[in-house]
Design a protein around this ligand. Structure first.
Ligand code: ZN
Ligand code: ZN
Length: 241
C-alpha cells in the first residue's frame, strides 16, 4: 500500500515564480492530510484532489510561509463547501495569528507539541521540536507500512535522527548552501545530507531551498554529505514511499 507525498510547494521562505511556499499532501491511499499551507499551496491543492477529500491539516509552525493559505482555505470551508469540523493540528501559537478562531465551526483546532502523537485515519503523526525560532514541529508519519520524516524548518542543533530509525524517505529543509551556515536557524544542503545520513534515512528529498539558490548546487552538496543520490523536491510531483 505504502505512502505518497505530493509537493504542493517547496520554495523556501517566499514563493518564487511558478512555485509555492511549503506544503505537502501525505496519503496512504485513503487518508489525505495537508501538511503545511504556505502561500500558493491552496491553488496547487486543487490540481490533486477535491476540497472535501482533505481529512485534516497539520501545520509545523507559525511562520507564514508554512500556513498563510489556511486563510484562503477557511473561506473555502465557510463559503464553498460549508464543511464544519475540519481538524487542524498546529502548535498552540498559530490559532491566535489567524482570523478564524475557536468560535468558528469550520476548523477544529488541536494543539500539538514536542513528543505528541496523533492518529488521523490510517496515518500516525509523531512530533519533534526543532531548532527554529517559534515552536516548530518536525514530524514522522507512519502509514501503509512505510515511514516519512519531515524536518519542517530547523537549524543544525536538531537532526532527523530525533524522528527515530527506519525512515523510508526524509523530506528535509535545505534553505542555504554551506557558505551561509549559521546565518539563520536553517540548514545548508550539506547539513541536510549529513542529518539524513546520521538518521539512516533510505531516501533524501530536499525542500525549502532559498529561491535564488541553484538547486543543482544544493543537490550536489547534499549528495556529497549523504553519500548517495539525493533528489530536490519538485512542485506538483508525487513521490511513492
Ligand atoms: Zn519556512
Ligand atoms: Zn520557519
Amino acid at each position: 500500500m505504502g505512502l505518497t507525498l505530493t509537493v504542493l510547494g517547496c520554495s523556501g521562505t517566499y514563493a518564487s515564480p511558478g512555485n509555492a511556499c511549503s506544503g505537502y499532501l501525505v496519503s496512504d491511499g485513503s487518508t489525505k492530510v495537508w501538511v503545511d499551507a504556505g502561500s500558493g499551496t491552496l491553488a496547487n491543492l486543487q490540481r490533486h484532489l477535491a476540497f472535501d477529500d482533505v481529512d485534516a491539516l497539520v501545520i509545523s509552525h507559525e511562520h507564514p510561509d508554512h500556513w498563510s493559505d489556511l486563510e484562503g482555505f477557511f473561506n473555502v470551508t465557510r463559503f464553498v463547501t460549508q464543511r464544519e469540523g475540519l481538524p487542524v493540528y498546529a502548535p498552540e501559537g498559530l490559532k491566535k495569528r489567524t482570523y478564524n478562531d475557536d468560535e468558528s465551526p469550520y476548523f477544529v483546532w488541536h494543539d500539538i507539541a514536542d513528543g505528541a502523537s496523533v492518529s488521523i485515519g490510517g496515518l500516525v503523526f509523531a512530533f519533534s521540536r526543532t531548532d527554529h525560532g517559534p515552536e516548530t514541529l518536525a514530524m514522522r508519519v507512519d502509514g501503509g507500512g512505510r515511514s516519512l520524516g519531515y524536518s519542517a524548518d530547523t537549524g543544525a542543533k536538531w537532526s532527523l535522527s530525533a524522528l527515530g530509525a527506519g525512515l523510508d524517505l526524509a523530506l528535509c529543509e535545505a534553505t542555504f548552501l554551506h557558505e551561509q551556515e549559521g546565518e539563520a536557524q536553517h540548514l545548508s544542503a550539506r547539513q541536510a545530507g549529513a542529518s539524513a545520513r546520521e538518521a539512516g534515512a533510505a531516501r533524501l528529498v530536499l525542500t525549502h531551498i532559498w529561491p535564488t539558490i541553484d538547486a543543482e548546487q544544493s543537490r550536489a552538496e547534499a549528495a556529497a554529505a549523504y553519500r548517495d543520490r539525493v533528489d530536490v523536491a519538485v512542485v506538483n510531483e508525487t513521490y511513492s514511499i
